[in-house]
Write a protein that binds this ligand. Structure first.
Ligand code: GLN
Length: 194
């Protein structure tokens, strides 16, 4: 199995490190041909407008859409925005997931925060059901899930921060910088070839 990480901008190195800790072969994806033979792709956090513009410049929009129709993609933070159908403003989006996001919904950079989240789906990779320690950095809120998209995690006040639609995942937060790799393990199970 080989997992790609979109390496146009943002914290792709942290995702590559998490995948390396789990012993998975990886590849940095910058051009359409880099998608060949991958079993899944992570789109990192960063700046969704920059990632979108670079994806347009490198001719990646359609190849990424075609990839996501067949294979697993997980978008974290800016990556979740890029996967969404609607970010309520004009910017390049893949539109693969039936989610509406509100960018920067938790405030500015200085209002970044850490949280321990209970994510029931992680029981599939860790029966202990222990909370996952994650970081929110100018994070988007998943305002709405529609179609067959489902909520994977909401905060105590009901705000949605993780969603799944078939083999596609979106998380508002960053699990790749806290050293707890269970969400990556969960994604790998989703990406496993049948
Ligand atoms: N605020 C960024 C955006 O709108 C996302 C921030 C992040 O990825 N940590 O794209």
């Amino acid at each position: 199995m080989r997992i790609g990480v979109l390496a146009l901008q943002g914290d792709f190195a942290e995702h590559l490190a998490a995948l390396a800790r789990l012993g998975v072969a990886t590849r940095e994806v910058r051009l359409p041909a880099d998608l060949d033979g991958l079993d899944g792709l992570i789109i990192p956090g960063g700046e969704s407008t920059t990632i979108g513009k670079l994806a347009v410049d490198f001719g990646l929009i359609e190849p990424l859409q075609a990839f996501g129709r067949e294979k697993s993609i997980w978008g974290t933070c800016a990556g979740a925005i890029f996967l969404s159908k609607d970010a309520r403003r004009q910017q390049p989006l893949l539109g693969l997931m039936d989610i509406t996001v509100e960018r920067n919904a938790f405030g500015r950079q200085v209002q970044s925060f850490e949280a321990d989240l209970h994510i029931p789906a992680l029981k599939e990779v860790d029966p202990s059901d222990a909370p996952l320690h994650v970081v929110f950095i100018r994070a988007p809120l998943i305002e709405q899930v529609s179609g067959d998209a489902e909520v994977l995690c909401a905060l105590a006040d009901g705000r949605i921060v993780a969603a799944k639609q078939g083999h596609l995942l979106a998380t508002s937060f960053h699990p790749e910088i806290s050293g707890d790799d269970r969400f990556h393990k969960y994604f790998l199970r989703l990406a496993e070839p049948a």
